[in-house]
Design a protein around this ligand. Structure first.
Ligand code: DGJ
Length: 743
């Protein structure tokens, strides 16, 4: 275990993966293999091996998930395990994807009710197909034509595996799925595991929670219809690791679904450790007609022996290359200005133009008009649903403002909240039946709004057409897609009662369809996923959104904790972070430099009222934005090392290193100095030990004693001796850039 302030040089995981992938390739092994003699499947994903087989009962049985094991003879045909008459073999055998039947007491992959009342489902192996990096194994009930096609994809660059299941009803009658999970992941049997997960609430998202795993089940979930801030569909399990350790085994995963989801983490009486995830079974009851199929959300998971730090970096790289809509072509995010905190709903052409001019002078690259530009939207009581420009505020439409913004050298973005409607809107007056509701029952409002029933195709079409029109007639590069409440009364009275619960799935599928179609028709359009903060961040929405809004809480000290939690699961590339005015949340007033350096650890934005800024503030902002542009590729696309946690002391420090180690940047923050203590040297990680780095300041600190003189240091010195920080007083902050240079 290493403390935050000590480290030895580590090989970058990228290098290790490349070496291992080339080893596998050199040995001529395909990434996915079926060994006929032992009836086992071997999935090699870079430095990770995953193995399961077909046992003597024709049931798919898990064998191994962990570090790379190259010798396939080491794995034997699995066989069922039984402990006592109270624990039938269906429970004690680690079934790769169990149906609920034959005495299964652990979490099932799928649970079904047939029309004759039969609820027993026993899935046996039928066939499989391997195509490059993908494998599909088909299972079928022992009697009935209910099939589960298990899809696997391996990603050798990161060692991530993707699993999802298509459940197919080949009987001649409809069945009801009461649970449809994407995967059951098995960790090595035993105890001593620790579970990490992310919880929160509005303005307090991304709190890392850690607890030991004991016998029983821990449920992480959202029943709210969307991803939620209360829990995020990510988990990590390790054994006896340090808080921010850079070594030790970690198994981790994340679901790609933006509707109600569940991840159940079980430790059985036999110390089987299993993680099952997919659609939330609460109020689930998906009617699958004869001949129909349902595919579960993708469940991605990985393994590393490099500790939780490496687990995060693997996920970050995977998200950037495999999940984000533009993949490895994502480049860097532009510096953004958004007027929400400055003007609220009081947006108009003259005011926005004035802000745009100031923003452009500071080096902002994208100007975004937030809520208030449409319908009768003067506060949050009216207008949602009416996506036409408010002509009192913008008499000539948005075109003159957009032209002005573009002439200033920025692109233009606009806020929308397409899934919602205010009862005080033309849309609701025309279509009161378009919101989700139960017939004759009250409709619960939140923020004076109701949720449109996106499961309905006419609602889906209305939303698509409104947005398509908006981005067709206006030169809009970016939509901030907001969502400010969760479901209530999720009824769909227009379809027969037995179909109504399909809403839980259909809503999100239609949401994805709208986004996909919009993106296809407007390929240059970029999207931010916002849900009153970080309520819709998951690997499903991230296939369709370039960036996300982690929290409405922009107060700099809180944000350090929020952002740190966020990065356990998600890349800083997508993490929007704004500099706002003070006093902010908690009535706290951190200095401007502190606020800037906090926000520069993600994708930088400014949300302050620039009309209130003094010339020296505007000058400092210009300088900081310039600095940010010199490091943003490293911050957004590099390797993150969390050095010191804001939760465990007065100091927060993090380091970003570019993939080729040519640049690094260190950020450190002191909340409040006590007893005149000076801080120990911060020991850096991930640098090239043999290289020399030129140091330069991104803060405004004087270069005096105990500072960063000399201005050149070796990677080895920085990673072994460390760098003293000159942090003192309250709310002090520093940032140092390291550029590889000839010795
Ligand atoms: C909630 C978002 O999180 C804010 O940034 C802002 O866009 C408001 N909605 C606007 O109503």
């Amino acid at each position: 275990m290493k403390s935050a302030f000590s480290s030895a040089a580590r090989l970058s995981w990228g290098l290790i993966l490349v070496v291992l992938s080339s080893l596998t390739a050199a040995m001529g092994q395909a990434p996915i293999r079926f060994v006929k003699t032992s009836k086992i499947f071997i999935l090699d994903a870079g430095k990770v091996t995953y193995v399961f087989g077909i046992n003597e009962q024709n049931i798919l049985q898990h064998i191994y998930w962990g570090g790379h094991v190259g010798r396939e003879e080491d794995f034997r045909t699995p066989s069922t395990e039984e402990w006592s008459s109270f624990d039938l073999s269906s429970t004690t055998t680690p079934q790769e994807y169990p149906g609920w039947g034959a005495g299964l007491y652990v979490e099932p992959g799928v649970k079904v009710t047939f029309p004759d009342g039969n609820r027993d489902l026993v899935l046996h192996y039928v066939s499989h197909q391997i195509a490059g990096n993908t494998l599909t194994v088909t299972l079928k009930d022992v009697q009935r034509a209910l099939l589960a096609h298990l899809h696997y994809t391996v990603y050798p660059q990161t060692g991530i595996l993707r699993r999802e299941v298509t459940i197919e009803n080949r009987t001649d009658k409809a069945v009801v799925l009461e649970s449809a999970q994407s995967a059951a992941w098995y960790l090595p049997q035993g105890d001593g595991y620790r579970l990490r997960y992310l919880t929160g609430r509005w303005a307090g998202e991304w709190q890392l929670t850690e607890e030991p795993l004991h016998t029983g089940m821990k449920v992480l979930e959202s029943r709210r219809g969307s991803t939620s801030v209360q829990a995020n569909p990510w988990f990590a399990l390790d054994r006896d690791g340090n808080r921010d350790s850079e070594d030790g085994s970690v198994w981790f995963g994340a679901l790609g679904w933006s509707g109600s989801w569940r991840i159940s983490v079980e430790q059985t009486a036999q110390q089987q450790v299993r993680v099952t995830g997919g659609f939330n079974p609460f109020d689930f009851g998906y009617r699958l007609g004869a001949g129909e199929s349902l595919t579960t959300p993708p469940f991605y998971a990985g393994y590393t022996d490099g500790g939780i730090g490496e687990a995060s970096r693997i996920l970050h790289a995977f998200e950037r290359t495999e999940i984000l809509p533009r993949g490895s072509g994502s480049g860097t995010r532009p510096v953004l200005y958004n007027s929400w905190y400055a003007t609220g709903f009081k947006v108009d052409e003259a005011g926005q133009k004035a802000l745009a001019e100031k923003a452009a002078r500071m080096g902002v690259e994208r100007f975004v008009v937030d809520d208030g530009w449409f319908g009768q939207r003067n506060d949050d009581h009216a207008g949602l649903g009416d996506w036409n420009v408010n002509l009192q505020k913008f008499p000539n439409g948005l075109a003159p403002l957009i032209r002005h913004v573009k002439d200033l050298g920025m692109d233009f973005g606009l806020w929308v909240e397409p899934e919602m409607v205010n009862p005080d809107s033309n849309l609701y007056r025309q279509h009161p039946d378009w919101v989700m509701h139960f017939e004759g029952r009250p409709r619960t409002e939140a923020r004076n709004q109701l949720v449109l029933n996106l499961a309905r195709d006419d609602v889906r079409d209305y939303i698509f057409d409104s947005l398509d029109h908006l981005v067709t007639v206006n030169d809009i590069s970016f939509l901030k897609w907001d969502y400010n409440r969760n479901f209530s009364e999720p009824g769909w009275p227009e379809v027969p009662p037995e179909q109504q619960k399909n809403l839980w799935v259909r809503y999100t599928q239609n949401l994805y369809d709208i986004l996909d179609e919009l993106r296809q028709k407007h390929p240059r359009l970029e999207i931010e996923s916002c849900a009153g903060g970080g309520g819709r961040v998951d690997l499903g929405i991230l296939r369709r959104a370039e960036q996300v809004w982690p929290s409405d809480n922009t107060e700099a000290l809180d944000r350090l904790t929020i952002q740190r939690g966020f990065t356990y699961a998600y890349t800083p590339h997508i993490m929007m972070s704004w500099v706002n005015d003070v006093p902010d949340f908690n009535r706290r007033s951190a200095p401007l430099q502190f606020r800037f350096l906090m926000a520069m650890q993600g994708s930088l934005g400014i949300g302050a009222d620039l009309n209130r800024w003094q010339p020296e503030d505007l000058a400092e902002a210009k300088r900081m934005i310039g600095h940010y542009k010199s490091i943003r590729d490293t911050v957004q696309n590099g390797l993150l090392y969390r050095l010191a946690s804001p939760g465990t002391g007065n100091v927060s420090a993090s380091e970003y290193v570019s993939e080729n180690k040519s640049q690094a940047v260190l950020f450190a923050f002191l909340h409040s100095q006590q007893f005149g203590r000076t801080l120990p040297a911060v020991v850096l990680q991930g640098l090239d030990g043999n290289a020399t780095y030129a140091l330069s300041r991104l803060d405004a600190k004087p270069n005096e004693k105990n500072s960063i003189l000399p201005l050149k240091l070796s990677g080895a010195y920085l990673m072994e001796h460390g760098l003293p920080l000159l942090l003192e007083g309250d709310y002090d902050s520093t940032a140092i850039k390291f550029d590889r240079t000839p010795p």
